[in-house]
Structures are given as C-alpha cells and as structure tokens.
Design a protein around this ligand. Structure first.
Ligand SMILES: CCCCCCCCCCCCC/C=C/C(=O)SCCNC(=O)CCNC(=O)[C@H](O)C(C)(C)COP(=O)(O)OP(=O)(O)OC[C@H]1O[C@@H](n2cnc3c(N)ncnc32)[C@H](O)[C@@H]1OP(=O)(O)O
Length: 242
C-alpha cells in the first residue's frame, strides 16, 4: 500500500516535472517567436516609412518589401500549430481563417498579380496589418515576460475595432481590383477539355472568397470583442467549443 502511494507520488512528480519542462520549452519558444515577429513587422514598418519618405509615392512600395512580408506572413502558419498542440489557448479554426486569409492575400493575390501591386488598397491593408501585428506580437512578448505596459494591452484590445474593418476593406478592394486581370488572363484556371477532366475558374473562386468574408469576418471580429471584454473588463466568458 505504502509502496503504491510512494509510486503514485513519484509518478505524479515525474508528470509534473514533464509538464514544467514542456511549459518551459513552450515558454522559451513563444518568447523567441513573438520577439522575432515583433522585430519582423517593425522592420517592415521602417522599410515602408523610409520608402515613402525617400520616394514620396506608394508606387513600388509593395515590390520593395515583398520578400520580408512574404517571409513573416508565411511563418505565421506556425500559429496554427501552436493552437493545435495546445501551447496557446486559442481556437485552431479562428487562427486558421485569420492566417490563411492573409497568406492567400499575399501569395495568390498581391504577389501573383503585378498589375495590382501599386493599388492604394494594397497600401491600406499593409499599413493596417503592420500596425496591428506590432501591437499583437509585442503584447504577447511582454505578457509572457510578465511586464506588460498598459498602453500595449490597450492598443492590442482597442485598435482592432477600427483596424479590422479597415484591413478587410483594403483586402476586398484589392481582390476586386484583381478581378479584371484574372478574367482577362485566365490565370490559375483550368478549362475543359483537359487530361484531368477538371474545370476551375479562379475568377469565380475569387468572387466566392469575397463573399465568404460576409459569414467569416464577423466571427473573427466578435471573437476579438469577447477577448477584449475578458482582458480589459475582466469578464468571465464561457467559450463554446470551436
Ligand atoms: C483559401 C482562401 C481562404 C480565404 C478565406 C477568406 C475569408 C476571410 C475572412 C476573414 C478576413 C480577415 C481579414 C483580416 C484582416 C486583418 O487582419 S486586418 C488587421 C486587423 N486584425 C486584427 O486586429 C486581428 C489580428 N488577429 C488576431 O488577433 C488573431 O489572429 C486572432 C486569431 C483573430 C485572435 O487571437 P487570439 O489568439 O484568439 O486572441 P488573443 O486574445 O490575442 O489570445 C488568446 C490567448 O492565446 C495567447 N496567445 C495567442 N497567441 C500567442 C502567441 N503568439 N504567444 C503567446 N501567447 C499567445 C494569448 O496570450 C491569450 O492567452 P490567455 O491570456 O491565457 O487567454
């Protein structure tokens, strides 16, 4: 009996040790990740400001920052893994929609269609993403380090109220601007007959993507409003399984 209790407590201690080690590794990784992402988006912000000051125009801005943007936005796919393995308490679905829609905007719209890279709407979503991400990643970093200045917490949970709709406007206007080029060139489309016997029209796919913002965006926005109430106003919110 005594030995069983002893075994139990040894096992418990081992489990606790494992948990502690895992959470220490997770903590170290998240701290590194968030510092790197804050730095990445800061580099983007500085590059955009410098470009505009030197050239006095937004034309060519996307091209000048494309590499850095593609790198840091693509790396954000890791955030879906963070949720999936449970090292951050966020819904995999909400995070996937957010990250995938951004990656889609970068790779399959802005990067693929050179003719739209100088649209004002591209600059709109780039500026909005950059400001938001600097606030978001610095919030996570300082929070993990237990030294969170109030203004960063305030910025994280207030700026999105304006920034989110603005970002969506920029993204939708950019996709809209891409439509004529997609239709004219037939890019990324497959017409019948072909050896796979499959037909895909990127033009209509983009229209479906634009329409999908109607049900999906409110869910992200309301998720953030709930987070805001929880963090800023201390409300206890029982989340449904997502
Ligand atoms: C194939 C094509 C598909 C296309 C589909 C098209 C449809 C798309 C429709 C949607 C369109 C969206 C367009 C987006 C536009 C923009 O982004 S505009 C810019 C403004 N955007 C924003 O302000 C939102 C920014 N995004 C987010 O905040 C997140 O991505 C989120 C997933 C939406 C919400 O984040 P969430 O993590 O759920 O909330 P938090 O309060 O920040 O955190 C919850 C807890 O998790 C911890 N945590 C999360 N991440 C980290 C991390 N990296 N490091 C450490 N900790 C993290 C966080 O601390 C919280 O923990 P607790 O305090 O313990 O609760």
């Amino acid at each position: 009996m005594a030995s069983t209790e002893e075994d139990g407590s040894v096992e418990e201690k081992e489990n606790n040790n494992k948990k502690r080690t895992k959470s220490a590794i997770a903590l170290a990784w998240l701290t590194f990740y968030n510092i790197a992402m804050t730095a990445g988006w800061l580099v983007l912000a500085i590059a955009m400001i410098r470009f505009y000051i030197q050239r006095g125009t937004h034309k060519g801005l996307y091209k000048s920052i494309a590499r850095t943007l593609k790198f840091f936005q693509t790396v954000a796919l890791v955030e879906v893994v963070h949720c999936a393995i449970g090292i951050v308490r966020t819904s995999v679905i909400v995070t996937s929609v957010q990250v995938c829609s951004r990656i889609f905007m970068v790779w399959f719209i802005t990067n693929s269609i050179k003719q739209i890279q100088n649209e004002e709407s591209v600059i709109l979503f780039l500026v909005v993403w950059t400001v938001t991400e600097i606030a978001r990643y610095s919030f996570y970093t300082f929070n993990l380090l237990n030294h969170l200045p109030y203004f960063i917490k305030w910025a994280r949970y207030n700026m999105f109220i304006i920034m989110y709709p603005l970002g969506v406007v920029g993204e939708l206007m950019t996709i809209y601007a891409a439509l004529p080029y997609v239709r004219k060139t037939g890019m990324l489309s497959m017409r019948l007959p072909n050896k796979y016997n499959v037909s895909f029209d990127y033009y209509y796919f983009l229209i479906i993507v634009m329409l999908s913002y109607i049900p999906l965006f409110p869910q992200l926005y309301f998720h953030m409003l709930r987070q805001r109430r929880k963090v800023l106003l201390g409300e206890i919110i029982v989340e449904k399984d997502e």
